[in-house]
Ligand binder design. Structure first.
Ligand code: SF4
Ligand code: SF4
Length: 286
């Protein structure tokens, strides 16, 4: 994205976050008001667990169960999404670490079949990328998948090799430098939810998640149970909105409204240098 379009998108996001949700939803998604609108962004997990275990992971992967996405479930969800939305501009297949899923390529095909015009990215920490099979690379080409490589310190020495490999396989690669993490969690839950949400939706925090028939506003609400189990805490989990009974405009409206989880999410994050290993709760706390 060019600097100009980045600035234009940021300004539109800030404006959308200040408007009543019924208006902001159209601007936020760059969609005309219609029964089958456009959703700007959606992500979903192939696995909840990860082989990197970063402190402060916003998806709580270091505390997660060993969980794998189910092909039939995801197919049904994308059939329904296709009926609800004319397009989803960007879909990110992620985790946890998606390459830990033994059938990653099937999910790329499911997404591409449902949304031929979307920008499709596979978000990976790269630890397993070099050992992928010819079938994987072929599927990436066939589905026009972009590899989005989160460059954590252990992967830095391999970036050159992975770049060459993607070029050789004719699969686009984007590298996202990920040396710093942000801790946002406020255990007291005393953040003004409107303020937190306005900040989140006004910046780049617009990351709705699909999970087993429901859409969630963000990872923090969707995966709260993992944090609560590890920290013996009571952060409110998000219920999500059911794909089966909602309309497209209702989903867009839902994504533009704050929730009780936002009271635990500080707009002023604490930055710290990446580290991994056994989870230390302080890495998530502001
Ligand atoms: S690589 Fe990504 S998903 Fe895995 S633990 Fe780190 S931040 Fe979380
Ligand atoms: S908890 Fe609320 S404010 Fe924080 S990222 Fe999620 S939706 Fe945004």
């Amino acid at each position: 994205m060019s600097r100009l379009s980045f600035l234009a998108a940021s300004a539109a996001n800030r404006l959308a976050a200040c408007l009543p949700s019924s208006l902001g939803r159209w601007l936020r998604n760059r969609s005309w008001p219609c029964a089958r609108p456009v959703l700007r962004y959606l992500e979903f997990h192939l696995t909840d667990h990860c082989n990197m275990n970063c402190g402060g992971c916003t998806h709580f992967a270091p505390m997660a169960d060993r969980w794998f996405a189910d092909k039939e479930r995801v197919t049904a969800d994308f059939d329904r999404l296709k009926a609800l939305f004319r397009n989803i501009r960007e879909i990110r297949v992620m985790g946890g670490e998606p390459l830990l899923h033994p059938d990653c390529v099937s999910f790329l095909q499911i997404v591409r079949d449902a949304f031929p015009a979307c920008r499709l990215a596979l978000v990976t920490n790269g630890l397993l990328l070099a050992r992928q099979s010819a079938e994987f690379w072929k599927a990436c080409r066939a589905t026009r998948t972009i590899i989005s490589l989160s460059v954590y310190p252990p992967v830095r020495p391999q970036v050159e090799m992975l770049t060459a490999r993607c070029r050789e396989e004719r699969v686009p690669l984007e590298c996202v430098e990920s040396g710093m993490f942000l801790a946002r969690y406020i255990p007291e839950g005393n953040v003004d939810v409107r303020k937190a949400f306005r900040f989140c939706r006004g910046s780049w925090y617009f990351c709705p998640i699909l999970r087993e028939g429901r859409v969630y506003r963000c990872a923090m609400g969707c995966y709260a149970a993992y944090w609560n189990r590890a920290a013996k805490d009571g952060m409110p989990a998000e219920d999500g909105i059911a794909l089966g009974s909602a309309t497209g405009p209702e989903i867009l409206d839902y994504l533009m409204r704050p929730m009780p989880t936002c009271a635990y999410c500080s707009p002023k994050a604490r930055a710290f240098a990446w580290r991994n290993g056994t989870p230390r709760l302080e890495d998530w706390i502001r």
